[in-house]
Design a protein around this ligand. Structure first.
Ligand code: 4NP
Length: 168
């Protein structure tokens, strides 16, 4: 039962923020670690992108990498811009805030593609009073810690939802 999904196509998750150097690569790195811990790496694939191409090819922000490192994560994916064909490649397109939602939605072809877009905060289990993941770029270290707290919480919820949906 556990590996039922291996015969079918993989479940693919894309995390999206503005720059793809703070929130979404952190969400990607955290989810990858959770997927490995649950031995689901043959079933679930994770990636991230930005609605802007401002940091294309860059590693995640040094501050985000350092805060992640302190919690045992490796944030090392290179930034890329969200593309229209990501709607065909991914099952879940998880955005961090309303602006990301609006920008990604504007590239969707139809309602089926729109239905793939979800707010990261929809999956929070503990910190349910947050309705977006705040951009930490212009703030201090407390902003990075808050982002990591929220991303860990929401990724736990997202993984539980996926495990339930696909009987994993
Ligand atoms: P992110 O944060 O969307 O979480 O990657 C930002 C990174 C860079 C900029 C803004 C937000 N920027 O203005 O360059």
């Amino acid at each position: 039962m556990k590996f039922m999904q291996t015969d079918k196509k993989k479940i693919r998750i894309l995390f999206v923020c503005l720059g793809n150097i703070c929130r979404s690569p952190a969400a990607e790195g955290i989810m990858k670690k959770f997927v490995d811990k649950n031995e689901l790496q043959d079933i679930i694939e994770v990636d991230s992108a930005g609605t802007s191409g401002w940091h294309e090819g860059d590693l995640p922000d040094e501050r985000m990498r350092a805060h992640g490192d302190a919690r045992g994560y490796d944030f090392s994916s290179k930034a890329r811009k969200f593309r229209k064909n990501d709607f065909d490649l991914f099952d879940y397109i998880i955005v961090m805030d309303d602006s990301n939602y609006k920008n990604v939605k504007s590239l969707a072809n139809d309602n089926e593609q729109v239905s793939k877009i979800r707010m990261m905060t929809d999956f929070l289990v503990q910190n349910t009073h947050h309705n977006y993941i705040p951009d930490p770029y212009y703030g201090d270290s407390s902003g990075f810690e808050l982002v990591l707290d929220l991303l860990e919480d929401a990724n736990e919820g997202l993984l539980q939802a996926i495990k339930k949906k696909y009987s994993l």
